[in-house]
Design a protein around this ligand. Sequence first.
Ligand code: ATP
Ligand code: MG
Length: 417
Amino acid sequence: MFYNDCVRQSELFSKTRREAPKDEESVNAKLLTRGGFVYKNSAGVYSFLPLGWRVLKKIADIIRGEMDAIGGQEMLMAALHDKRYLTATGRWDVGVVYKVFAGNEDEPSFNISWTHEEVIAEIAASYVNSYQDLPLAAYQIQTKFRHEPRAKSGLLRGREFLMKDLYSFHVSENDLNKYYQKVAKAYHKIFKRCGLKSIYTLAAGGEFTVSNTHEFQILADVGEDTICVCEKCEYAENKEISKLKTGDKCPKCGGAVMEKRAIEVGNIFPLGTKYSEAFNLRFTDERGEKKYVVMGSYGIGLGRTMGTAVEVFHDGRGIVWPENIAPFKAHLISINRKQKTEDRGQKIYDKLQKAGVEVLYDDREGVSAGEKFNDADLIGIPYRLVISDKTKNEIEVKRRDSDEMRTMNLEKILKLL
Ligand code: ATP
Ligand code: MG
């Protein structure tokens, strides 16, 4: 899938750590740091190491596939924004915005990207003229910066984080609504492919819009949000705006409503004409009349999705990655490193490589079997393949999410993978 899908653990940039970092509270940050996926530079600011970057790239690819499928065109916008963008919509003084100034200035004249409604509205205004130019949809995967006061949840709440943001442009509210539904479906697919079950939740518009919006929530006790969700039909409202509480009847189906903790991994916004008005984004309709373009915006946090997967899929020993976003498919481990085992390991590694299986090969010398198994459990790759003097010509296979061990030959394993 990537250029280098087979990596020797002895050459891996990062190493695992036995101890959890003292300055992390969240499970995702602890396990991702111990496993060598991320490095914390400061509160809410993480670097993605090769293992972590592989996971993030997989999430990005899943998102790209689903965005392209609904007509989204990928682009990359500037991250440094002149002050005029946010002053045009009254958002220059939103609390989370990081402002920057050149060394010789007294006042900040720029901000770094926290969202892109203003920037893309201005760009679109230079290309959209007539109703025939619409609808349009464009997205990017880009770094956002937000000064989050509480940055204690690891990847769930960063001050710097990767977001996919899609923006759509329409001739009418009606056309926007149809597209909004399409995006909602694409979002459910994205999270499903990441191994996560998302709940479509009615929510507030925040700093973005006066309308209601919809969030995609993943149930998890560590979630900062509370949603009121029907146990039967899964109709859900964010507690922030909901009048429902545990025990109430669902307004849609009469089922029982429960309040549950959840993590917001996506949010979609019907924007109306707020940003088009600010940037004179207009089109001429069929009767020659000038009208404002109706916009929507749609976000997914990539790092938050990754962190959520860790919160949902881990056990006492480490991460249990969902297959589609695991850094590798197989973790090949050779133990009892007699020359014969080593040669066999190399051969199997080569064959897996040829067959296109993404594999991390634990070829480290002087590391005990126990340590290798602990590391494999911590890193959480879906299939563990062990060869030792004991396994003879076969390979011992174990899934990370099960205790069952089976012994097979390579051919069978290639079929399994
Ligand atoms: P929150 O309410 O959690 O602060 P938000 O509603 O302000 O987030 P949006 O502007 O809706 O965030 O951003 C779209 C998506 O980007 C969110 O659904 C989430 O997945 C992700 N995201 C937002 N803020 C962060 C953050 N600080 N760290 C990581 N991901 C984030
Ligand atoms: Mg949101």
